[in-house]
Design a protein around this ligand. Structure first.
Ligand code: ADP
Ligand code: MG
Length: 243
């Protein structure tokens, strides 16, 4: 469903993604782990063209592009297939929970406001925030704000949701409610690519865990194998520190 070949990204002189090959099947839950500064966020951002990659081939559905030659129209098409959940929620402070969820449908998908709001209400129900439709982000807890961030991604009905450390900014008390919403999506077989340090989530929910270091994929496999019997010494070393 999504495939990247030899994805490369440089910042100035440093190679941050050094030829990433990754394939994601429909309905697959992939968790990416690895030390910080390893290129995990950059990988997600390149998949969505939030960063312009410097090399590689990206295939999403029927569309296959040399990333250095992607047209504006192709980039918009790729963005329609992917939704992003940010570490810091990235909600509009001057919009209500309902409006935050409806915004993309109105602006990007050009839905009529009433239809977008109706869909946003259904989403608010699914994320357990029906009674917060008219609340502004500042009046919501961190956990509620991130659930709105996830709700916005759900509203887009993208094939894949990209999560970049969705619980890292949260006070510990809010982590579980966000993880359980993500588990709910996983049970519905929403295709997702999740960067996280929550190893228990990786172990319980992932179909495949990908360990990255230094801009490369070092090792990947089902959590039962990767956590129990990592093959590469770098994976072993990392897991020893985090488990
Ligand atoms: P991770 O998410 O694994 O912690 P990142 O993808 O954020 O890693 O960063 C990988 C490397 O790229 C780091 O060395 C970081 O400093 C660098 N980097 C990330 N974004 C930028 C940027 N916009 N400009 C310059 N360097 C960047
Ligand atoms: Mg990161």
């Amino acid at each position: 469903m999504i495939k990247v070949d030899k994805l490369v990204k440089r910042f100035a002189d440093s190679v941050v993604l050094d030829g990433i090959d990754l394939e994601i099947q429909q309905g697959e839950i992939i968790v990416i782990i690895g030390p910080s500064g390893t290129g995990k966020s950059t990988l997600l951002r390149c998949l969505n063209f939030l960063e312009q990659p410097d090399g590689g081939q990206l295939t999403i559905g029927d569309l296959s592009v040399d990333v250095t030659r992607a047209t504006r129209r192709q980039i918009l098409e790729i963005r329609r297939h992917t939704a992003f959940v940010f570490q810091n929620y990235a909600l509009f402070a001057n919009k209500t929970a309902l409006e935050n969820i409806a915004e993309g449908l109105i602006v990007v998908n050009r839905w009529p406001v009433a239809k977008a709001h109706e869909r946003a209400r259904q989403i608010l129900d699914r994320i357990g925030l029906k009674d917060k439709a008219n609340a502004y982000p500042a009046s919501l807890s961190g956990g509620q704000q991130q659930r709105v961030g996830i709700g916005r991604a759900m509203a887009a009905q993208a094939e894949v949701i990209l999560f970049d450390e969705p619980t890292s900014s949260l006070d510990p008390e809010w982590v579980d409610e966000v993880l359980s919403l993500m588990k709910q999506l996983a049970e519905e077989r929403q295709t997702m690519l999740v960067v996280t340090h929550e190893m228990s989530f990786a172990r319980d929910v992932a179909d495949r865990v990908v360990f990255m270091e230094g801009g490369r994929i070092v090792e990947q496999g089902p959590p039962s194998e990767l956590f129990r019997a990592p093959k590469d010494p770098r994976t072993r070393d990392f897991l020893r520190k985090v488990l």
